[in-house]
Design a protein around this ligand. Structure first.
Ligand code: FAD
Length: 291
């Protein structure tokens, strides 16, 4: 079973994820990136949040700038190591800023950190946000079509995902993947649990390919599979970044095409604070349908 295919004539909603820059130059560069991407009229832009509050200031400052630009902003919000009191205070801060959308996460901390925190899983954070703020926030949660690396089993991870929906999540964004079948199977499995996909969209997270070493390292760490045929080609390109980018554009645009044809309700781009690759993919999609 699939989500209803998106009408070719309808405009597919897009969203873009950024991380908070660490330097004034990074802040300025991200403004330029956002200006370039605004041509695609995103449904919202989201800003990551370092677990344990390590990026609190930069994350919230970036969220403020996005809102000031007239674009809906989603603040990522991780709970590992946090207390109910600290989460309550931050929710109040976000409400006062005018934020209406959160990406509610557990987050990852180096081992040993986070002891004394009052939340174990994202589902507890979602329930707490709903109890504290009612329907103020649209709550996104993370989904893992290829299974979260710490899950006991794919079935246990699916149940953990369902728990986040039952706790009150409105929609989900997936970890990135390069295997569309993993996404379609995951959506099928969630539907078989009785979840109405029209009510709770599961939006594929798209990671453009612009380099090899960092992508392969990062993917190993977060449990996203880079298929062997892609990995081998990326490694064979060596330092030839032009060929890596051209190949990456082909692979990721084809993935997006397949996801759209199969009924993906929207696309969420992990921009890595760059605009060129996301713009190129969307331009390619526009050649065949309106993205
Ligand atoms: P959870 O949903 O709590 O799941 C974590 C693990 O616990 C899973 O293995 C799950 O199967 C298991 N689990 C859940 N409930 C139970 C239970 N009741 N009993 C036993 N096991 C259970 N990280 C950041 O630090 N900052 C960010 O801004 C950020 N943004 C992200 C955005 C997206 C779209 C995605 C996909 C990930 C993001 N991450 C971010 C990474 C995320 O924090 C990590 O993947 C983290 O390890 C899990 O977070 P979660 O919210 O998915 O956790």
């Amino acid at each position: 079973m699939k989500q209803a295919p998106h009408e070719a004539s309808a405009r597919l909603p897009l969203s873009f994820e950024f991380f908070p820059p660490k330097t004034p130059e990074g802040v300025e560069k991200l403004r330029t990136v956002r200006r370039a991407l605004s041509a695609l009229a995103p449904e919202f832009c989201s800003v990551t949040y370092g677990a344990g509050g390590s990026t609190h200031e930069g994350s919230f400052a970036t969220v403020r700038e996005i809102l000031a630009e007239g674009v809906p902003a989603a603040a990522h919000f991780s709970c590992i190591g946090a207390t109910r009191a600290s989460v309550r205070a931050q929710l109040q801060e976000l409400q006062a800023m005018g934020v209406r959308r959160l990406v509610a996460l557990r987050g990852d901390l180096p081992s040993g950190y986070g002891l004394g925190g009052e939340f174990n899983y994202a589902s507890e954070l979602v329930a707490f946000i709903r109890a504290e703020t009612g329907r103020h926030f649209h709550i996104e949660v993370a989904a893992y079509p290829e299974t979260h690396p710490q899950a006991r089993s794919p079935a246990a991870d699916l149940q953990a995902f369902a728990a986040k929906l039952h706790a009150g999540a409105d929609s989900a964004i997936t970890q990135y993947f390069y295997n569309a079948d993993a996404y379609f199977r995951f959506v099928d499995e969630v539907q078989r649990l009785g979840v109405d996909m029209a009510r709770v969209p599961i939006v594929p997270g798209i990671m453009p390919i612009t380099g090899a070493a960092q992508l392969l390292r990062f993917s190993d760490a977060c449990g996203a599979e880079v298929p062997r045929w892609i990995r081998l080609r990326l490694q064979a390109f060596g330092d030839d970044t032009a060929s890596i980018k051209a190949f990456g554009l082909d692979v990721v645009a084809a993935l997006c095409e397949r996801l759209i044809a199969g009924g993906a309700p929207a696309l969420h781009f992990y921009t890595m604070n760059q605009s060129a690759a996301t713009l190129a993919i969307c331009a390619r999609l526009q050649g065949t349908r309106q993205a």
